[in-house]
Design a protein around this ligand. Structure first.
Ligand SMILES: NC(=O)c1ccc[n+]([C@@H]2O[C@H](COP(=O)([O-])OP(=O)(O)OC[C@H]3O[C@@H](n4cnc5c(N)ncnc54)[C@H](OP(=O)(O)O)[C@@H]3O)[C@@H](O)[C@H]2O)c1
Length: 292
């Protein structure tokens, strides 16, 4: 049975996708800040070695625990939740960071791939949350952070499945926050801007020679512009650390100037104008221009 969290212990955080990218940078940063980090990864041996290198932690460091987690595998999720509770009791924070991104329009992306994206990015985090909530409710405190995306704020063309998953992630996080606030638990949605990680090296179903070729070319040009101002992964964790200090039952936070601008624009502008501005920033082909 899960132990209630004990305030004299270091604060504990479970981070998914800690093997690389923003998850690795966050795990290393929070470890340096004194947290007990439970780093959830598909390949813990390789990932833990990278984490030790990033933190300088000794092999027997009691504040660094790796657990195996494949969000596409229900048994692995149950095992990861139990291993987390064994290591830290009820975690003080859970960061749903891992995600799988594929490029492709709705029509181009096979339904089996849609299922895989929704399983990894939505249903996996939902199951992991279900598994951890009994202990977190009993502890009476804890923060759940879900890492969304600009694509969760507004569906992005040519990454339809990923956009759908991030939108769903945000909606269940909002619903969850209202369900668990009476137990003393809170939820933060983090919206990162563009960071230089492996996320852009995606699996792609985009067909440059197909009917959406012009759209893909426009998005590729926009991607090149974004890459010029992309931030290093190490700029992300301070934003996550601020989210972990949130006390409100629900919060949504941008991380990075581009994400701040996006959320401000969505809040201030009428939807029609917001969409038109984003469309022109991306360089989308004009409505009707691809009719054959
Ligand atoms: N980078 C950006 O510009 C950006 C922008 C907006 C939002 N985000 C969000 O930030 C988060 C981190 O992104 P990132 O840029 O760090 O991506 P990344 O470098 O591609 O890393 C993705 C992580 O997710 C893990 N993962 C993928 N499928 C998994 C599965 N089935 N089970 C468990 N773990 C799985 C990967 O593990 P393996 O090493 O085993 O593959 C990896 O650790 C994601 O939620 C992403 O949507 C990133």
């Amino acid at each position: 049975m899960a132990e209630p969290s004990n305030r004299r212990r270091p604060r504990s955080v479970l981070i998914t996708g800690a093997s690389r990218g923003l998850g690795l940078a966050s795990a290393a940063y929070l470890h340096r800040q004194g947290w007990h980090v439970v780093a959830a990864m598909r390949t813990p041996d390789a990932g833990l070695a990278r984490l030790r290198e990033a933190t300088g932690a000794a092999p027997d460091d009691p504040r660094l625990t790796a657990v195996r987690l494949d969000l596409d595998d229900a048994a692995s999720i149950t095992d990861a939740a139990r291993a987390t509770e064994k290591a830290v009791g009820s975690p003080d924070a859970v960061v749903h960071n891992a995600a799988f991104m594929v490029a492709g329009c709705v029509e181009e992306t096979p339904l089996s791939v849609w299922r895989q994206v929704l399983s990894t990015n939505v249903l996996g985090p939902v199951q992991l949350t279900q598994e951890l909530l009994p202990a977190m409710r009993a502890a009476g405190h804890g923060r759940i952070v879900v890492v969304s995306s600009a694509a969760g704020v507004r569906g992005m063309p040519t990454t339809s499945a990923y956009s759908a998953s991030k939108g769903a992630l945000e909606r269940w996080a909002e619903a969850l926050a209202q369900e668990i606030a009476p137990f003393g638990l809170g939820v933060t949605v983090l919206v990162p801007g563009a960071f230089d990680t492996g996320l852009d090296k995606t699996v792609t179903y985009a067909d440059p020679a197909g009917p959406y070729g012009e759209l893909h070319a426009a998005l590729a040009r926009a991607g090149e512009r974004i890459l010029r101002s992309v931030s290093p992964p190490e700029d992300f964790p301070p934003g996550l650390a601020r989210a972990l200090r949130d006390r409100a039952p629900f919060a949504r936070r941008p991380v990075g100037g581009d994400a701040r601008l996006l959320l401000a624009g969505r809040g201030l502008l009428p939807d029609r104008i917001f969409r038109a501005l984003l469309g022109s920033a991306i360089g989308l082909p004009r409505p009707g221009s691809l009719r054959t």
